[in-house]
Design a protein around this ligand. Structure first.
Ligand code: CA
Length: 230
């Protein structure tokens, strides 16, 4: 990586924290290790890192609490590290603005891929500036926000109003896992018992229209039981 990214690693397990530090340094990043909640908060405020890797189970507090603190004033990418297999924790963290999650035990390659992806996405969003009339482009897929038009390899894809709104929203959060609930609130403004089904039907249509094929690299990934990621 060209720019030396500063990455805060909040993890109380000494060995895991060390391992992550070594991986980051090998990738040309600067790792700032924190062993608990209060230390993590202090180092966050003093270092203003480019990314945070955050363990949820900390001895003196819940990582979710630290995520809340960070999100009060910053959009810095946060990757949640959790030993808990419980999906509710991941969903809560994502709804509070975490960008991604990795479940322990994790592979070094997987964690580093997530880190790179989060840093890339963050750089992309800062560069794009989020203009409402701008254009989103990704591997042949182009979304013209001003004209509400979608193209793949220059051929226009016909979407319904709702399908377009969902796709456009996901593209604005690209790189992030977006939970079902967040999408539903954004698109319909409310949720009821049929909302997830309604979302899934729309998503199936969108994926079909975008030419999704099982087992291939598609524009939208399904995070089972949690949400979607563009
Ligand atoms: Ca822990």
């Amino acid at each position: 990586m060209s720019h030396k990214y500063k990455i805060l690693v909040v993890e109380d397990d000494y060995h895991i924290n060390n391992l992550i530090g070594t991986l980051l340094e090998a990738d040309g990043c600067q790792a700032v290790p924190a062993r608990n909640f209060s230390n993590g908060k202090m180092l966050y405020l003093s270092h203003r890192p480019d990314l945070i890797i955050l363990d949820l189970g900390l001895p003196d507090g819940d990582g979710i609490g630290l995520l809340r603190e960070v999100r009060k004033d910053s959009l810095v990418p946060v990757i949640v590290l959790s030993a808990r297999v419980d999906e509710a924790d991941k969903v809560e963290a994502l709804d509070l603005g975490a960008n991604d999650y990795v479940t322990k035990p994790f592979s070094s390659a997987e964690l580093m891929a997530r880190v790179r992806s989060a840093l890339r996405t963050a750089a992309l969003h800062t560069g794009a500036g989020g203009s409402p009339d701008g254009v989103f482009a990704l591997d042949g897929l182009v979304i013209d926000y001003g004209a509400r038009q979608v193209f793949i390899d220059q051929a226009e894809i016909r979407l319904t109003h709702t399908e377009y709104d969902i796709l456009s929203y996901l593209s604005r959060c690209s790189g992030k896992v977006v939970t079902y609930n967040t999408i539903i609130k954004e698109i319909w403004g409310y949720s009821d018992s049929g909302s997830i089904k309604k979302l899934q039907v729309n998503m199936a249509n969108i994926r079909k229209k975008l030419g999704a094929e099982p087992g291939k690299k598609n524009y939208i990934q399904n995070e089972l039981g949690i949400g979607y990621r563009m």
